[in-house]
Design a protein around this ligand. Structure first.
Ligand code: SF4
Ligand SMILES: [Zn+2]
Length: 278
């Protein structure tokens, strides 16, 4: 299996996979979704009772939604993750007590009326762990309502809960090849109108394939073509693969981790098979 990067952005990657099979690319898809670790808030402690601000105004520690809903929303906020630094809490040298190598501590304090956003989370480990996406709504506080909570983020994977899934929109398609037989084509342009992905266009007064990779193999162009000039084929061992991350990790790191996890899984499998043969 070979990978050739077509587009690499901070949180998005598109690449070509060759010498592969649907089983292999699907294994990569599953590894990206389930085996790439990231930090996520897993524990939230709410301050109960009333609080008083500097002007002497009293606020009730209450919001229009249950604490569980607020905790759930905090769990889904993408937390900046440094996989070189953080390890799993239950395997950490601190014995799971929580330390800067396995845990990020946050506080959240706001008084209404106002909106509470992900950007209101303040990290006790340092400003670099402040959520990059600052405008994820958490809750709207009314008059005299306040929230004071402490949250703990730790490392996990999508196998345990979706909040630890770093990648989204993970998918692939067979590599398409769209060809136009110009000896048959009447340049009427019906295929251009039929194609949902703008694969064909007029160029030098002829219908030409201008974006082959965008083809989704729907064959609408083949049905629309009056002269049978279009052929759409796909390769059984070549795929276009795409995914995004939620921002907690870069796409490059997520892909490297998924490939590392696949390699470890196959090594493990090989060893088990070898022990059976022995
Ligand atoms: S198969 Fe569908 S997406 Fe591909 S070129 Fe034809 S109409 Fe466009
Ligand atoms: Zn620790």
């Amino acid at each position: 299996m070979h990978i050739k990067m077509l587009e690499l952005m901070e949180t998005k990657a598109k690449f070509l996979v060759t010498d592969a099979s649907p089983e292999k690319v699907n294994a990569l898809r599953r590894a990206l979704m389930l085996d790439v670790p990231k930090m996520a808030i897993d524990d939230v402690e709410f301050h109960l009772g009333s609080s008083v601000d500097a002007e002497g105004n009293e606020y009730e520690s209450i919001s229009p939604v249950f604490d569980e809903i607020v905790a759930h929303r905090l769990g889904l906020v993408p937390i900046p993750t440094d996989l070189e630094l953080f390890g799993y809490r239950d395997q950490c040298s601190c014995g799971g007590e929580g330390c800067p190598s396995c845990t990020i501590y946050y506080s959240l304090e706001k008084r209404g009326p106002c909106e509470v956003y992900s950007g209101d989370l303040s990290s006790l480990n340092g400003e670099i762990y402040r959520p990059k996406d600052e405008l994820i709504p958490i809750v709207r506080l009314g008059e005299r309502q306040g929230i004071l909570a402490y949250a703990i983020a730790e490392l996990g994977t999508g196998r345990k809960h979706a909040k630890w899934q770093a990648t989204h929109g993970v998918g692939y398609k067979y590599y398409p090849t769209v060809t136009i037989d110009h000896s048959k084509c009447d340049n009427g342009g019906t295929c251009i109108k039929a194609c949902p992905k703008h694969v064909m266009a007029f160029k030098d007064q002829k219908v030409q394939v201008v974006d082959n990779d965008a083809c989704v193999l729907c064959e609408d162009c083949v049905k629309a073509c009056r002269t049978g000039a279009i052929t759409v084929k796909w390769s059984e061992n070549k795929f276009i693969f795409e995914f995004e991350t939620d921002g907690s990790l870069s796409a490059k790191v997520a892909l490297a981790k998924a490939l590392e996890s696949l390699e470890n899984t196959f090594d493990d499998f090989r060893e088990k098979v070898a022990s059976l043969e022995g």
